[in-house]
Ligand binder design. Structure first.
Ligand SMILES: *[C@@H]1O[C@H](CO)[C@@H](O)[C@H](O)[C@H]1NC(C)=O
Ligand SMILES: *[C@@H]1O[C@H](CO)[C@@H](O)[C@H](O)[C@H]1NC(C)=O
Ligand SMILES: *[C@@H]1O[C@H](CO)[C@@H](O)[C@H](O)[C@H]1NC(C)=O
Length: 368
C-alpha cells in the first residue's frame, strides 16, 4: 500500500467520524429543543426525531416526488397552506411545480421566500391562458367565469417533461398523511392516471347525492348529444373527482391525453356537450370521457372531499376528518372564507402573507 493510499483511507475514516459526531450533536440539540417545546409533541408522526424547524433545513434524499399544484392570485393562501401541509407531513424528497399566471409570480416568490417554506425544492411555471383560446368560448357565461388555471391539469407533461410519475393536487386541499403513500399507489399498466371514484365508501354516505352533487356520468354529460351517444358510455358509470390525481406521464404522452382533452373542450365549445346541471368544475367532463374505464383508483381516504359543500362537510365526524389522509374543500365554501366546515384544520397549515394582500375572512373574535 502506498503512503498516499493510506492517507486517503485515514481521511475517509476521519470524515465518517466527523459525520457521526455531527449526527450526535443534532440529536442532542433536538432533545433540548424537545424539552423546551413540549407542546409540539405528537402533532406529526416523526416529532420524536427532529423538531419541525430543524427538519425544514435538512436536505431530503431519495427518489424525487413531483407535485404539481396551481397558484391563483385571488386564493394564493390556499396553495401556501396545501404545500406546507404536504411538505411537513412527509420526510420524502418532494419537489413542487407551481403553475401560475405571469402576474402572480412575484407575489408567490415573495411569500415563499419570506416564510419557513423558503428552502423547499420548487419550480414556478407560468401558464399562458392563450393556449385555451377557442376551446372554451362556446358559452359566454362559462367563458366569463372561466378560471384558466383550472385547466392546467390537462397539460401535465408540459411542466415536467422528464418525470414519469407525478401527483396533481387542487389548491383547496390539506395533506394530512405522508405524501409518499399517495405517490406509491400504483397505476395499472396502460392507464395514464388514477383518481378517487365518486361511489367510494366516504361519498356513499349520502354526501354526494344529498348535497346536490353528482356521482355518475349523466350528472356531467348530456347524453342526448350525438357526440356523447356515439361513445357508448353507460350513463350510470361512477364519476371521479380530478382534484387529486396521480399520473403516468409516459402513458399520458403515448395516449395523447392532452390532445384528446383539447378535442373534447373544442367540441363542447361548439356543441355544448356538458350537463346543464353541472355543479362541479367544468374540467371534469372531458376527463370523464378520456378516462372512461381507463383509470386506476386512489384510496378514498386520500381524497376526503365535499368539505366545501353546503352541509355536506358538517356530516363528517371529527374522528373521520382526523383519519383522512387528505381533505378537499371542493364546493362553494372555502376554508379561507367565512362559513366553511373544519376551517380550523386548514388554519393549522396557513402561513400569513408577508405582503398583507391575502387575508382569510374570519369570524369575529369570540364567535368561534
Ligand atoms: C410578466 O410580468 C412582468 C412583470 O411582473 C412583465 O414585465 C412581463 O412583461 C410579463 N410578461 C408577459 C408575457 O406578460
Ligand atoms: C408508465 O407507463 C409506462 C408505459 O406504459 C410503463 O413502462 C411504466 O412502467 C409506467 N410507470 C409507472 C411508474 O407506472
Ligand atoms: C398520438 O398523436 C400522434 C401524432 O399526432 C399520432 O401519430 C399517434 O397515432 C397518436 N396516438 C394515439 C394513441 O392516438
Amino acid at each position: 500500500m502506498t503512503l498516499r493510499r493510506v492517507n486517503v483511507i485515514i481521511l475517509v475514516l476521519l470524515a465518517v467520524a466527523f459525520l457521526i459526531i455531527v449526527q450526535r450533536n443534532l440529536l442532542n440539540l433536538n432533545d433540548l429543543l424537545h424539552k423546551d417545546n413540549p407542546d409540539v409533541e405528537g402533532i406529526l408522526p416523526f416529532e420524536s426525531e427532529l423538531s419541525p424547524d430543524l427538519r425544514l433545513h435538512l436536505a431530503r434524499q431519495g427518489e424525487e416526488i413531483p407535485i404539481i399544484i396551481t397558484a391563483a392570485e385571488e386564493r394564493l393562501g390556499a396553495v401556501i397552506a396545501a404545500i406546507n401541509s404536504a411538505y411537513q407531513n412527509s420526510k420524502a424528497n418532494v419537489v413542487f411545480t407551481i403553475v401560475t399566471l405571469n402576474e402572480t409570480v412575484d407575489h408567490l416568490k415573495y411569500w415563499l421566500g419570506n416564510s419557513k417554506l423558503k428552502n423547499i425544492k420548487h419550480k414556478i411555471v407560468v401558464f399562458n391562458p392563450e393556449i385555451l383560446s377557442g376551446k372554451t368560448a362556446g358559452d359566454p357565461e362559462i367563458a366569463k367565469i372561466m378560471k384558466p388555471l383550472t385547466f392546467a391539469r390537462f397539460y401535465l407533461p408540459a411542466y415536467i417533461p422528464e418525470a414519469e410519475k407525478v401527483i396533481y393536487l387542487d389548491d383547496d386541499v390539506i395533506v394530512q398523511g405522508d405524501i409518499q403513500d399517495l405517490y406509491d399507489i400504483s397505476i395499472k399498466p396502460g392507464h395514464a392516471a388514477a383518481f378517487s371514484d365518486d361511489c367510494d365508501s366516504a361519498s356513499v354516505k349520502g354526501i354526494v347525492r344529498g348535497a346536490g352533487n353528482q356521482n355518475n356520468y349523466i350528472g356531467f354529460l348530456d347524453f342526448k348529444k350525438g357526440a356523447i351517444k356515439k361513445l357508448g358510455m353507460k350513463t350510470n358509470t361512477c364519476s371521479f373527482n380530478p382534484g387529486v390525481m396521480i399520473a403516468n406521464l409516459t402513458e399520458w404522452k403515448n395516449q395523447n391525453v392532452t390532445q384528446q382533452l383539447e378535442h373534447w373542450m373544442e367540441l363542447n365549445a361548439k356543441e355544448d356537450l356538458y350537463s346543464k346541471t353541472l355543479a362541479e368544475s367544468i374540467t371534469t367532463p372531458p376527463l370523464l370521457i378520456v378516462f372512461y374505464k381507463r383509470h386506476s383508483t386512489i384510496d378514498p381516504m386520500w381524497h376526503v372531499r365535499h368539505l366545501g359543500s353546503t352541509g355536506a362537510g358538517n356530516r363528517y365526524s371529527p374522528q373521520f376528518i382526523k383519519a383522512a389522509k387528505l381533505l378537499h374543500w371542493n364546493g362553494h365554501y372555502k376554508p379561507w372564507g367565512r362559513a366553511s366546515s373544519f376551517s380550523n384544520e386548514w388554519d393549522k397549515w396557513y402561513i400569513p402573507d408577508p405582503t398583507g394582500k391575502f387575508n382569510p375572512v374570519r369570524k369575529h373574535a369570540g364567535d368561534s
